[in-house]
Write a new protein. Structure first.
Length: 62
């Protein structure tokens, strides 16, 4: 359970950093605030699977 929570936290941090560096490049919504949230969600979804695989791989090594 802690691995899933850790994966969510790391994905959120990586998505936030990516959003700050890259910005809202993808036009998903009409309003600016909704577009920022949608871009963050897209970045979060993109990072989630690789982070879950990485976290479970590292846990197995320990």
């Amino acid at each position: 359970m802690i691995a899933v929570i850790l994966s969510l936290i790391i994905s959120a941090i990586l998505a936030g950093v990516t959003w700050l560096v890259v910005g809202s490049r993808i036009r998903l919504k009409d309003s600016e605030q909704a577009n920022d949230a949608a871009n963050f969600g897209a970045y979060f979804a993109a990072f989630l699977l690789p982070v879950v695989v990485f976290v479970f791989y590292v846990i197995e090594l320990l």
